[in-house]
Design a protein around this ligand. Structure first.
Ligand SMILES: Nc1nc2c(c(=O)[nH]1)N=C([C@H](O)[C@H](O)COP(=O)(O)OP(=O)(O)OP(=O)(O)O)CN2
Ligand SMILES: [Zn+2]
Length: 134
């Protein structure tokens, strides 16, 4: 019997950002995003989940070390200790947690393919977003 499991790796990255849309006026930005138009920082908690069938011989379908390395190269090295507005791929988007989760999915998908199940990001301990590639 094949057993499908979901495996999750958690990382924390620290980034600064502000919520600001180039498509809005200064006044509209202030009205919509409030205090978040000012530069501020978060210790984002990122949880990436992969799904697969356990190989009975190995007791796993993916080594966490491999997942950790993929997350390091394609997410952590790009976002940790950065100002998100300075990350080239994020230049033209508003760095909401929603957009970050989609960005991270797109970074990881080519390397995890059908195994990638969920990207979850906690911006604060109260606010988080889940993206499953839909
Ligand atoms: N839909 C979204 N709304 C907001 C986002 C977002 O990513 N998506 N982000 C922010 C800000 O970036 C902001 O930093 C949130 O901080 P804050 O309001 O201080 O966070 P908390 O809700 O955890 O703090 P409280 O103490 O509970 O107010 C805003 N909106
Ligand atoms: Zn913020």
């Amino acid at each position: 019997m094949s057993r499908q499991v979901i495996l999750t790796r958690r990382e924390v990255f620290s980034s600064s950002h502000r919520l600001y849309s180039d498509e809005l006026s200064e006044e509209e930005n202030k009205k919509i995003y409030g205090k978040c138009v000012n530069n501020h920082g978060h210790n984002y908690v990122l949880e990436v989940s992969v799904k697969g069938v356990v190989d009975p011989k190995l007791g796993m379908f993916m080594n966490i070390t491999e997942l950790k390395e993929i997350m390091r190269i394609y997410v952590m090295d790009k976002l940790d200790h950065r100002n998100l507005e300075g990350v080239p791929e994020l230049k033209s988007i508003v760095t909401t947690t929603e957009n970050l989760s989609i960005f991270i999915w797109d970074q990881l998908y080519p390397h995890l393919k059908q195994h990638l199940y969920e990207v979850k990001i906690l911006e604060t301990e109260n606010n988080f977003v889940i993206y499953r590639g839909e």
